[in-house]
Design a protein around this ligand. Sequence first.
Ligand SMILES: Cc1cc2nc3c(=O)[nH]c(=O)nc-3n(C[C@H](O)[C@H](O)[C@H](O)COP(=O)(O)O)c2cc1C
Length: 211
Amino acid sequence: MNIAIISGSNVRSSGNGSISLRTGELLKSRLKDMKSDCSVNLVDLRDYKLTSCGMCESCAETQRCVEDEDFNKLYDTIKKADELIFICPHYAPIPSKLVILFEKLEEMSYLGICSGKKNFHPTNGKKAGIIAHGGMTEGYDQRYKEDILTPLTNVMECIGMRVINKMGNKPICFGVQDFEKVDNKRTYDIIYDMDGLQQAVDGFIELYARS
Ligand SMILES: Cc1cc2nc3c(=O)[nH]c(=O)nc-3n(C[C@H](O)[C@H](O)[C@H](O)COP(=O)(O)O)c2cc1C
């Protein structure tokens, strides 16, 4: 069993402390506890330079993007994985690299359908899920559900994934605990809700195990 976890943050300044990456790391260790023989590949989208789809249609025959070698690397990772998990921070509203990734996957899927190749697409029938998070201290459940979980679930289903979030009766997401103003700094320091992160990962794993 090969699982790919894709961390959708593009915040370079968070470095190794990226909350998306830390969510991915915790998830990876929980998945390994659950299935010791599985291989989990944690992908950090900050390491990829992606360019948006111009729908040139060159990928229709080759399943390669002629302009974006980094997308091709991600495509190979997704193809190799049996199951896919996305960690998505709330931006404005969805991080652009994640949008580009789904944009290209969906165009490839559409072009495949147009040329009669219905089941060639690498996401077809794969179990998948999403954990959403962001910088809100309260009331984020509904916001992250509307802005992140529902749109991503829709596009993932559109390219054939079996999205486990649909089974749960509450959104899998977490916010932050507080903000702190620090002198001489442009932005507030964020106090992360590590309990919220753990609970979201636990909720995800529970759903994942029974689907
Ligand atoms: C351009 C941009 C817009 C953001 N907008 C929002 C927002 O509207 N709501 C929100 O809860 N968080 C927002 N955030 C905060 C991020 O969700 C979150 O703090 C950040 O991605 C954490 O990055 P990390 O996962 O690498 O630590 C925004 C971040 C960026 C970079």
